[in-house]
Design a protein around this ligand. Structure first.
Ligand SMILES: *[C@@H]1O[C@H](CO)[C@@H](O)[C@H](O)[C@H]1NC(C)=O
Ligand SMILES: *[C@@H]1O[C@H](CO)[C@@H](O)[C@H](O)[C@H]1NC(C)=O
Ligand SMILES: CC(=O)N[C@H]1CO[C@H](CO)[C@@H](O)[C@@H]1O
Length: 441
């Protein structure tokens, strides 16, 4: 907890943006429009089978954070918060950072509201290392945090991987109202998705110069402007930065353009429960920060009607027999890529694009979650119901991501990348080798 006073002075002098990275030779420079050469990798470790935590380092200290594709801000519990908040976790001591000030010279404050939670405090910039990539990063130093998050002692904060659109004018037609999601442990140990504002809360009070997200800061250095998510059932997974791991991903990938500049939202063209397919267009948020798959009540009811002994716990959650195994139908979301238009230049390593329809299959066994806690042989389902939002219809969280390999590519539709930070992104899907085998049997 104690930081020396010498280190922060040194740290503020060093201003290289990205250092100490794995460097790979670029094999096809003509296609590699990214100026950068670096890649990185970090593991994703389960916390109580409910959220994934990733290590970041600041000033040689390690913090465990939720890497959240459903929101854009970064915050950590701050050492200047209450003692009870700090107990049992690593809190960030901003003595190594530089305070961000408003135009009046006073400390800039941030105030992020998630529907069921919040974090507030002041803002610092500091050197943050994630997956071996080091950037100067704005950090919300949270002195006031919702009790559910305080109780989640293994979690030191959150790093948002969604888009930063705060300082920009949004293209017409897109909603300015921001919503964010993250998941946390509530007092019952259930997964919760919290929503209702959160993007760029860092700049709310004093509106200092817009701060960048981690991906924006790392973007120009990365070999490819993307990160990938490989989450596994009951095992550590991996987040990779700047490359697609060809030993895991089968390429070419099916890429879907993001629908909304704020969020990693793409369009699905239908879903299947077991062999029963329904054509229905939905906007889906692909969210590492939500434990469950959140669908409409209609889809959830249809699904659980197929599971013998499934029991509704309330209007949004169901329990299923822990040994339901093969009785749980697979749940499939269909992604139909738009026809290729315009430039189709892919950064090397991003896998190229497939025009094939992608069926994202979530094997039924992945929808059986934790024990109900009632010693009744029942387990919480990781499929639940929630209402639609303006920004999305469905949230495909960790339960979905366990079934697919996913690329979050900041390039535009069909892989177009300019030298500037792009205005849109695309999400690429690839079957997991282990499930691809299971599913063809
Ligand atoms: C979920 O189950 C795992 C064991 O599979 C256990 O370690 C964990 O504490 C449980 N989480 C909650 C929130 O009950
Ligand atoms: C903000 O103000 C504090 C206190 O005066 C100062 O230490 C800090 O360097 C300022 N930040 C910037 C970026 O100038
Ligand atoms: C599914 C979803 O995103 N639901 C949220 C939509 O927005 C309202 C109001 O902001 C929330 O209460 C819902 O939880």
């Amino acid at each position: 907890m104690v930081s020396s006073l010498i280190w922060p002075l040194l740290a503020s002098i060093v201003s290289a943006r990205v250092v100490d990275l794995t460097t790979k030779e670029s094999t096809s420079p003509s296609l590699d429009v990214r100026p950068g050469t670096v890649t990185g990798s970090a593991s994703a470790t389960w916390n109580q089978n409910i959220e994934l935590l990733t290590d970041i380092q600041i000033a040689d200290k390690t913090f465990k954070v939720v890497l959240d594709t459903g929101s854009a801000d970064m915050w950590l519990f701050c050492t200047s918060g209450s003692d009870s908040m700090e107990t049992g976790r690593d809190a960030y001591n901003p003595v190594t950072g530089t305070r961000v000030n408003g135009s009046d010279g006073k400390a800039a404050s941030f105030n992020i509201k998630y529907g069921k939670g919040f974090a507030e405090g002041s803002v610092y910039t500091d050197k943050v290392t994630l997956g071996g990539l080091t950037v100067d990063q704005a950090i919300g130093c949270a002195t006031s945090v919702s009790q559910d998050d305080i109780n989640d002692r293994n979690m030191d904060g959150l790093i948002g991987m969604a888009f930063n659109s705060g300082g920009e004018n949004l293209p017409t037609g897109l909603s300015q109202t921001s919503t964010a999601t993250k998941s946390a442990l509530n007092s019952d140990g259930d997964s919760v998705t919290t929503q209702g504002g959160g993007f760029l809360g860092l700049f709310k009070s004093d509106k200092p110069n817009a701060q960048n997200t981690f991906m924006e800061n790392a973007y120009s250095e990365l070999k490819a402007g993307l990160f990938t998510v490989d989450i596994r059932q009951k095992q550590d997974g991996a987040y990779n930065f700047g490359y697609v791991d060809s030993t895991r991903f089968s390429t070419p990938l099916t890429y879907m353009p993001v629908q909304n500049w704020h969020h990693w939202v793409v369009q699905s063209s239908g879903y299947s429960i077991g062999a029963t397919a329904t054509t229905q267009v939905n906007k889906v948020l692909i969210d590492t920060g939500t434990t469950n798959i959140m669908v409409t009540t209609d889809i959830a009811k249809k699904y659980f009607a197929m599971v013998p002994k499934a029991a509704a716990m309330d209007s949004s959650n169901w329990n299923v027999p822990c040994d339901a195994g093969t009785m749980m139908p697979d749940l499939t979301f269909t992604f139909t890529p738009p026809p290729a238009t315009g430039a189709t230049s892919f950064p090397e390593g991003s896998g190229g694009s497939s025009q094939m329809v992608y069926n994202a299959i979530v094997p039924g066994s992945l929808l059986i979650g934790n024990l109900s806690g009632k010693n009744d042989g029942m387990c919480q389902a990781t499929l639940s119901a929630s209402d639609k939002n303006d920004s999305w219809d469905l949230i495909l969280g960790d339960a979905f991501l366990k079934g697919q390999l996913v690329v979050f590519d900041m390039a535009g539709v069909n892989g177009y990348t300019g030298q500037e930070y792009p205005e849109r992104g695309q999400i690429g899907f690839s079957q997991k080798p282990e499930f691809a085998e299971e599913l063809t049997n």
